[in-house]
Structure formats: structure tokens, C-alpha cells
Design a protein around this ligand. Sequence first.
Ligand SMILES: NC(=O)c1ccc[n+]([C@@H]2O[C@H](COP(=O)([O-])OP(=O)(O)OC[C@H]3O[C@@H](n4cnc5c(N)ncnc54)[C@H](O)[C@@H]3O)[C@@H](O)[C@H]2O)c1
Length: 270
Amino acid sequence: MNEKAMMDKKNSGTGRLAGKVAIVTGAAGGIGEATARLFAREGAKVVDADIKEVQGQKVVHDIRQAGGDAFYFAHDVRREDSWQSLMEETVSRYGKLNVLVNNAGIIKIADIEDTTLEDWQAIMDVNATGVFLGTKLAILTMKSNGELCSIINRSSVAGQVGDKTMFAYCASKGAVTLLTKAAALGCAAKDYKIRINSVHPAYVRTDMTKGEAAEVGLSEEEYMEGAKSIHPIGVGEAIDVAYLDLFLASDESRWVTGAEFNIDGGLTAQ
Ligand SMILES: NC(=O)c1ccc[n+]([C@@H]2O[C@H](COP(=O)([O-])OP(=O)(O)OC[C@H]3O[C@@H](n4cnc5c(N)ncnc54)[C@H](O)[C@@H]3O)[C@@H](O)[C@H]2O)c1
């Protein structure tokens, strides 16, 4: 299916998330924005949770214009009080929570010798602590609602294999890979109807890869051209990852928990 056909399909949702309430973090741009828009199209009520208010409000405006239901919440994934307020506001407005996509993330291009303690802490705070807090607070919110629930944690191929140029990022995404499995098993042992899985994209053109290009002194085009050469079927688009999120958010994936989902154009098959 070409990009236009993908977008046409996206424009005609089939209600795969009808009746669901979903929070997507980092939904003001990039992959999170694509996921928030697709979830709304598929019938979910969506909370766009991000530190970037102007961009987040724009996404919500577009969703509402298209007939969807969404609101923006100024949210910092690093702060437990922010998570508590987000959960309270979601339940107050929509009555429950079924899906959380822990998508917000940051990166810095540096090997171990060039990684400062401040860089390490900043990346771990957003990418690892943010996902821990989100997963925990979502379980507490979801566990008594009696409905099938799903938590989707955004890792990366860099959470499965090492990349010397992304030292702290690899460590943070590796933490996401295994905290996901441990939390999934904890929910299963308690008979909660909550599944938890991790999603591992390779290169997807977003503001994050734009920033990476700038860090290494390349234009965005040059950087993505270089990235293409290591992906057997090329680099991805945000919407590609959003469709995997959609499957994991829906009850179609009800027998799936504690699993790693690669979406990487064949990168890790090599
Ligand atoms: N783009 C890629 O190639 C790629 C590959 C693998 C994994 N990922 C992961 O996918 C996720 C989304 O990345 P993207 O490429 O869309 O990046 P992006 O920079 O386009 O979007 C990230 C979003 O997270 C938000 N955010 C950052 N810090 C936050 C905080 N403290 N609290 C709340 N929101 C915060 C930003 O405001 C932004 O809207 C990240 O976790 C990233 O690590 C991206």
C-alpha cells in the first residue's frame, strides 16, 4: 500500500478502539502525534499529554475538527505529581482509562566517554523513570475498571542492541524493554486485565532524527540517507509505528503481553 492509500485508510476509521480511553505521551509531534491522531480516528477518546502546549493543542484541535474526541494535558513524564494529575483529569473527563502509550522520549548522540552525568540523568529521567511512573500510575488507575486494558511502552532497536553513539539512550531504552516484561508478569500474576508490551522502532523521520542530524553536523537529508543504507527495506514513517500501537491498544492483541515488537525495516534481522 502506498503512502496515499495508507492516509486514505487512516481517514476512514473502522472503530477498532471504539469505547476506549487512551493517553498518549509525547503526542505533540512525531510518532506520538501520529498515534494520537490514529487512535482518535479509530474511535478512542484521546488525551494528548506533552510538555509542548502549542503543538499539543494544535493536534487536539485537528482531531476535534475531524469529529474525534480529545483534550490536551500539560504533562511532564518525569514528575509523579504530574502523572497523578493526568490520571485524575482523564478519569474525571472520560470516566476511565484503557490505554496508555508511554511514548515521550529524548536522545543525545554521545558515546560513553562523552556522556556527562547530567546527560545520563536527563535521558534516564524522561525515557526510563517516565515510563516507570506512567506504567505504575496507569496500572493503579486501570486495575479496577473491569475492562481490557493495554500499556504500550516505546523502546527502540537501541533497547535491544548496543549503539556506541547513543550510550545513555541505549541504557534507558534497555530499561524500558525489561521493566515492561516485569510489569506485564506482575499484572498477569494478579489477574489484572492489563497487558503491557514494548515497541522498538528503528529510524523514523521526526524532530528527534532532525536533532540527531544537527548534533552530528549533517543536514536532515544526509542523515536519513545514511540511515536508509542500514535498513533492508528503508526507514519508516511515524504512521507505520502508529499502526502497530493500534493493534496493541485494541482487543485484537488480547493474548499478547510482555512481548517486544520490532518495527525496524529489517534492521535487527541482519
Ligand atoms: N524517531 C525515531 O527514529 C525513533 C526510533 C526509535 C524510537 N523512538 C522513540 O519514539 C518516541 C517518540 O520519538 P519521536 O521520534 O516522535 O520524537 P519527537 O522528538 O518528535 O517527539 C517526542 C515528544 O516527546 C515530548 N517530550 C519530551 N520530553 C517530555 C517530557 N518530559 N514530558 C512529556 N513529553 C515530553 C516532546 O515534547 C515531543 O513532543 C521516543 O520515545 C523515541 O525515543 C524514535
